[in-house]
Structure formats: structure tokens, C-alpha cells
Design a binder for this molecule. Structure first.
Ligand SMILES: *Cc1c(COP(=O)(O)O)cnc(C)c1O
Length: 366
């Protein structure tokens, strides 16, 4: 049996990409905000239905730059049930992450606990739309307004999701999207910040380009986080197919649901009211099931199927943060991280393979 990975990058036909990059051989302009970059920016504004966007070479640097652009200070409230990037981006900006627990229904920040963590040092909230599940954006907005805090969403998982008909890019002060190869829409590596205040556009542009503001002026201690033309060309191609991809993923997800719903000890993600999802992940929580999460992982692995303990470990338990945080302060996140397994999901995953994966899980006590 061929190896089944947890995900598989979406790619256009070879010829489609070659056609898209042909112009670059004519212009010899291959990075620094060229025609492909500018075209992709326009197309993404339309797709995400949002007024402002800045593209980056990857999602992580996009988030680092966004945090820098808001000049945050002191403490930032976030969650540990996320990819390394979210926490690292806060720390690499010289800020202190304060970890809020997640709620047990959709694994996003628990808004009931959020307000208790706000101190006079708090400057922002960086919540994560986990697996494409949407945070309680309305309650977060209310709390942020009341305490005068910025809100930057880690929307790396939420490309194309809408809430009550509104694109997810429109909530908070800014949102970060990742266009990494493993994400639902990719530019090989890539990312973007969407934001409310159009004045941020110039700041983000400058920060991603060394802080250079004119031929002879450098106003910020910026870095280099520009998206190049080959990345943008890949994005232009992939964006043509992303809706089809999401439809195909939906069929895969529906097959998983059919095969695993209603089994004692297996908890599946519930759809959220008013939310149009993107079918980016299929996490399963094993609680009191005949086999535990690690056993299921091993059984699948022995059958050449690679699931992912995602997110495990929690970011507040990483070696690099040893002694700084206490994971017992985020018990729900700890519990979920120890019981969850993301099953393989991509647009051309064969339904027979989904059946086989589910059969292995159902027969895991044999
Ligand atoms: C993928 C991801 C990132 C980082 O994005 P890159 O484009 O890989 O740098 C950040 N946060 C979350 C939750 C992610 O899944």
C-alpha cells in the first residue's frame, strides 16, 4: 500500500504554472512586489472579501510583522493549543504570552476565562481559529473594546471561512493567513495580513522590506519577508482551483463523518452556527474509546497511514519555554492535545482510503 500522508499539497497542472511564470522571463522581475505579487493581492482581496491585505513570504513572518506594526507592549493573551508560530511570534517581538485555556467544543480561546487574564500590562489578544473553527469573534470584540486591546487573529487555518456571510478576514484589527504548502490554499510558502486600518498598509510594506522607505531613507528596523513572484504565480494558479478543492474536501469529510459518527468514545468536530467551513482538518478526539489516541496513531502508522498529533505538545510546554509557564493552567487544552488526532485529509484522498482508515480505527481493539 502506498504511504498516505496527513496532507498533500494542492498543485495546478504543470503546464498551467509554466504558462503563469512565462511573463517573468520577459520582465526579469522575480521578486520585490512585481506583477504577480500585485495581481495575487487583488485577487485575494476579492476572494477574502476584505478591504486591505499585505502579502508575505510566509505566515509566521506575516504574524511577526503584524505584531511589530501595532507597537504592542507587555502582555499578549493567546492560547497554547496552536502551532509553534503563534507563541514564538509573540515572544520574538519581546512580548510576554499569557495563556488562556480553550473551550472543549471548538478548541478556540475560552471567552469566559479571557477577561480574568487582562492586567494593566495587557496590550493585545492573539486568538487562533483552530482547524478553521471560528473563535467567538463578537465576544472577543466586546472585551477588546472595553479594555482597549488590539486583536490579531491567527487565521492560518481559516482561509475562505465566512461567519454570518462575512469573510473571516474582517474580524479584529488584523488577521494572519498562512499559504504554506500544507494549507488549504498555498503559494508554496506564503502568508498575508488582512486589516481594518488602511494606514497599516505602508507600515507593513516597510517592515517586510528592511524598513526602507525611500531610495536614501530607512525608517524602521525592518526585516525581509517579501513574497516572491514564483510564490505569487503559484498562488494565482491555486486560487483558480481552491473552491473545487474545498468541495472535494467536503466529500472526504462527509465520508469520515458517515463512518465515524455515533461511535462511543469518538468525538468529532461539530459545525458552528452561521459558519461556512473550509474542511481543512479532520480532528478526532478519542475519549474513553477502546483504543487511546497514541494506539490509533501507531495502528495507522503500521498500515502506512500518517495521522498527526496536532496540536501536541502544547506550546506552553515546549523545551524552549521550560519553567516559564504552567500547563496545568490550561487543563482543557492539555486534555485535548493528549486525546486528539488529525486524520489524513486532502482534496484527492480516495474515499476507499477513508473507508480503510475508518475500518482500522473501528477494529482497533482486534
Ligand atoms: C501554518 C501555521 C502558522 C504558520 O504559517 P507558515 O506559513 O507555515 O509560516 C501559524 N499558525 C498556525 C495555527 C498554523 O497552522
Amino acid at each position: 500500500m502506498d504511504l498516505i500522508q496527513v496532507t498533500r499539497s494542492s498543485m495546478p497542472e504543470f503546464e498551467e504554472y509554466i504558462e503563469e511564470i512565462r511573463d517573468l522571463w520577459d520582465s526579469h522581475w522575480i521578486t520585490n512586489m512585481g506583477i504577480k505579487h500585485n495581481q495575487l493581492e487583488k485577487e485575494l482581496l476579492a476572494y477574502l472579501n476584505t478591504p486591505n491585505i499585505t502579502l508575505f513570504t510566509n505566515g509566521h513572518l506575516a504574524l511577526e510583522c503584524a505584531i511589530a506594526a501595532f507597537n504592542l507592549t507587555g502582555e499578549v493573551i493567546t492560547t497554547p493549543f496552536t502551532f509553534a508560530s503563534t507563541t514564538h511570534a509573540i515572544v520574538r517581538n519581546g512580548l510576554d504570552p499569557v495563556f488562556c485555556d480553550v473551550n472543549p467544543d471548538d478548541y478556540t480561546i475560552d471567552v469566559e476565562r479571557l477577561e480574568d487574564l487582562i492586567t494593566e500590562k495587557t496590550s493585545a489578544i492573539i486568538p487562533v481559529h483552530v482547524y478553521g473553527n471560528i473563535c467567538n469573534v463578537y465576544e472577543i470584540e466586546r472585551i477588546a473594546k472595553k479594555h482597549n486591546l488590539k486583536v490579531i487573529y491567527d487565521a492560518a487555518h481559516a482561509f475562505g471561512v465566512t461567519v454570518d456571510g462575512v469573510g473571516i478576514a474582517n474580524f479584529g484589527d488584523a488577521s494572519m493567513f498562512s499559504f504554506h504548502a500544507t494549507k488549504i490554499f498555498n503559494t508554496i510558502e506564503g502568508g498575508a495580513i488582512t486589516y481594518k486600518d488602511e494606514k497599516l498598509s505602508k507600515v507593513l510594506y516597510d517592515i517586510k522590506n528592511f524598513g526602507i522607505t525611500g531610495p536614501e531613507t530607512v525608517e524602521y528596523v525592518g526585516g525581509n519577508a517579501k513574497m516572491n513572484e514564483f510564490q505569487a504565480a503559484m498562488g494565482i494558479c491555486n486560487l483558480r482551483h481552491v473552491n473545487d478543492d474545498i468541495k472535494k474536501r467536503r466529500i472526504v469529510v462527509e465520508r469520515y463523518m458517515e463512518q465515524l459518527a455515533g461511535i462511543e468514545g469518538i468525538k468529532l468536530m461539530k459545525s458552528q452556527p452561521g459558519v461556512q467551513q473550509n474542511y481543512s482538518y479532520f480532528p478526532v478526539v478519542f475519549e474513553g474509546y477502546q483504543s487511546n489516541r497514541n494506539d490509533v496513531y501507531d495502528i495507522l502508522k503500521n498500515n502506512n497511514i500518517i495521522a498527526r498529533k496536532y496540536f501536541y505538545p502544547l506550546t506552553n510546554s515546549y523545551e524552549c519555554y521550560k519553567g516559564k509557564f504552567n500547563i496545568e493552567h490550561t487543563p482543557v487544552a492539555k486534555y485535548i492535545s493528549e486525546h486528539v488526532l488529525s486524520l489524513p485529509l486532502y482534496s484527492d484522498l480516495a474515499l476507499e482510503d477513508v473507508n480503510r482508515i475508518c475500518a482500522l480505527i473501528r477494529n482497533s481493539n482486534e
